[in-house]
Design a protein around this ligand. Structure first.
Ligand code: MD3
Ligand code: FE
Length: 206
């Protein structure tokens, strides 16, 4: 049995969900995805300020953000090509961690260098909020923070290391969360360092 820690109702952390060999295989799958769908630099709606995290996607839909707003779309914002398919290993993780949920339509790929952060936010651009989000982390450890359903409330923080998985469902689905910082040099998985986080999402109502 894999260790499952329910941090808050609906947020389950699976430390070491992927062993080293599985992490290496997934890293190599992502190299092929990123060759087709290169990382792009998202920008804040209205202001156009660049995110410090670079992103890409795989699956029928991908999440993008620019001056026009946040949205899911079927093509890469700079190449115009359809997103590549979600690798089989990720679909297997979805089947195991979100049993019974409709298939994921988007897998957002976040790349953090040593200075990147993600401000506290909610994920609510999906029409289907009853399906969980499944997250997998590779590379350097992140200091992750989660709060409640309002921005001002108390938060808890914990580390997400390479190979860790999380499921975000039920009462945690709309919790505020963010990444305070990356612990540079904490993993040898990515030769150039940094962190990759994958989040699989059901977008349209099943
Ligand atoms: C808790 N990514 O892409 S993944 C995001 O590590 C995002 O890159 C973070 O937040 C990262 O939107 C966190 C884990 C996660 C994802 C969705 C959540 C935690 C969540 C939704 C609700 C509560
Ligand atoms: Fe998020």
């Amino acid at each position: 049995m894999k260790t499952a820690l329910e941090i808050i109702p609906g947020l389950v952390h699976y430390p070491g969900y992927l062993d080293r060999a599985a992490q290496e295989a997934l890293r190599d799958d992502l190299r092929a995805v990123l060759a087709v769908a290169p990382l792009f630099q998202p920008r804040m709606p209205r202001t156009g300020k660049a995110f410090s995290v670079r992103m890409s996607n795989c699956g029928p839909l991908g999440w993008v953000s620019d001056e026009k707003g946040y949205r899911y779309q079927p093509i890469h914002p700079t190449t115009g090509a359809p997103w590549p398919a979600i690798p089989a290993a990720l679909l297997e993780a979805w089947a195991e961690l979100a049993p019974g949920a409709p298939p994921p339509e988007a897998c957002l790929i976040n790349f953090y260098d040593a200075r990147a952060r993600m401000a506290l936010h909610q994920d609510r651009d999906e029409a289907e909020l009853s399906a969980p989000i499944v997250s997998l982390s590779l590379g350097d450890t992140a200091l992750f923070r989660v709060g409640g359903l309002t921005r001002g409330g108390p938060t808890r923080s914990f580390r997400l290391a390479s190979g860790d998985a999380m499921t975000l469902g039920g009462p945690a689905r709309l919790a505020f969360h963010g990444v305070d910082r990356i612990l540079a040099g904490s993993s040898t998985l990515l030769a150039e360092g940094g962190r990759i986080n994958l989040t699989m999402r059901r977008v349209t109502r099943a």
